[in-house]
Design a protein around this ligand. Structure first.
Ligand SMILES: *Cc1c(COP(=O)(O)O)cnc(C)c1O
Length: 365
């Protein structure tokens, strides 16, 4: 009996992209093997944390790094780290009013909800969010004018969730931070570039382990050695409530090795895998399938399925039915109103593509 059967859960095909509500991503056999080794052996945990962090930092050309339980935990512990600056009294009294330098400046358009509001994680780390700029814009000047003697750091969220228009770049934020001798924390949770933000001048950069990196549930913080030391220290304080297990520390470390070696799936590979899928889809009545590149121009190719006017159901209804089947099939729904269903195949294998075709045939019969 597998877990789907045992707990009466629906099997899910994730053709929507990397979604936390579906469990984000699948891990490779190599990552699973590392998790298994971790699960079945003991370690001196302080050494495991330090040595895997150093190994990852070497792979990525950073001064140091630490595997944490999630990108969210990375934000909270980074904020606590820059507020406490290594002070052990602060670790044990993280919200003490003896420390008043707690302001974390964040562009207003970056104070988003990615499943949890960014400001909740900042406050969990003992920070006070100070928004800079306006809902639709933030410049270097907007950021700069919010700096006070109580500013502890600048936080920049690099994400498709944030306002993109009229927003200062990471480089510009780094220039402000440098001018005022403030730390810059970049949350790049779902980003693919593991170098760029540090090169731009960020002191700490945060990634989610199960998003682009294809790791297990985990997070990564990399950056300047002294800052990582402060983050690591939080393990004796608030970080304890965000503890990560040895199996996932080893799992993420292996996932990063793989990621550095192989990169993410190439556009060419996606197009090759899509070809037979598109062909099969186009055998079905009432739809037109084609390959389409990501709207933001990323090297991501998806199956675009246009539901024709002749179809018995609208695209919105088809999307709903796909989720309600024996196997729940989740798609990209953004363009449903225009009669379009998108299938992101990055986490979908050949067998699952076949299951999607079969289910669509049933629905459109
Ligand atoms: C997903 C995400 C996070 C949180 O990542 P977790 O590892 O799930 O905690 C934080 N920030 C942004 C911008 C995200 O997209």
């Amino acid at each position: 009996m597998n877990s789907y059967e045992k707990y009466n859960l629906k099997e899910v095909i994730n053709a929507s992209g990397k979604m936390t509500i579906l469990g984000v991503s699948k891990v490779s056999d190599e990552v699973l093997a590392a998790q298994q080794f971790g699960g079945q052996h003991f370690f001196e945990m302080a050494d495991l944390t330090i040595q895997t962090g150093k190994h990852i930092a070497n792979l990525l050309g950073a001064e140091d790094g630490i595997v944490v339980s999630s990108a969210s935990a990375g934000i909270a512990q980074s904020v606590a780290g820059v507020i406490g600056e290594g002070n052990l009294y602060h670790v044990y009294h993280p919200f003490t009013n003896q420390i008043t330098k707690r302001e974390i400046i964040l562009p207003k358009g970056h104070n988003v909800d990615y499943g949890t509001p960014v400001e909740v994680m900042v406050e969990l780390g003992g920070g006070q969010v100070v928004e800079a700029g306006y809902a639709n814009m933030c410049s270097a000047e907007h950021l700069e004018m919010m700096i006070t003697p109580n500013t502890a750091a600048i936080l920049y969220i690099k994400s498709h969730h944030t306002v993109q228009k009229s927003m200062l770049t990471v480089d510009e934020a780094a220039a402000v931070a440098k001018r005022h001798k403030l730390p810059l924390i970049v949350d790049a949770a779902a980003e693919e570039d593991l170098v760029k933000y540090r090169e731009a001048g960020a002191d700490l950069v945060i990634y989610s382990g199960a998003k682009a990196l294809g790791g297990p549930s985990s997070g990564l913080v990399i950056g300047k050695a002294s800052f990582i030391e402060w983050v690591r220290l939080q393990g004796k304080g608030i970080g304890r409530a965000m503890k990560i297990g040895k199996e996932n520390i080893l799992g993420l470390t292996t996932a990063i090795e793989e990621y550095v070696r192989d990169g993410s799936e190439s556009g060419t590979s996606m197009r090759t895998r899509l070809e037979p899928f598109i062909k099969e889809l186009n055998q079905l009545p009432h739809l037109q399938a084609s390959v389409e590149q990501d709207g933001a121009g990323r090297e991501i190719y998806r199956a675009k399925v246009q539901i024709k006017d002749s179809a018995p159901l609208s695209a919105i209804e088809v999307i709903k039915k796909l989720k309600e089947g024996q196997i729940a099939i989740y798609t990209r729904e953004y363009r449903g109103n225009n009669g379009i269903i998108e299938f992101d195949i990055r986490a979908v294998n050949e067998k699952e593509m076949q299951q999607i075709v079969t289910r669509l045939a049933e629905i459109l019969k």
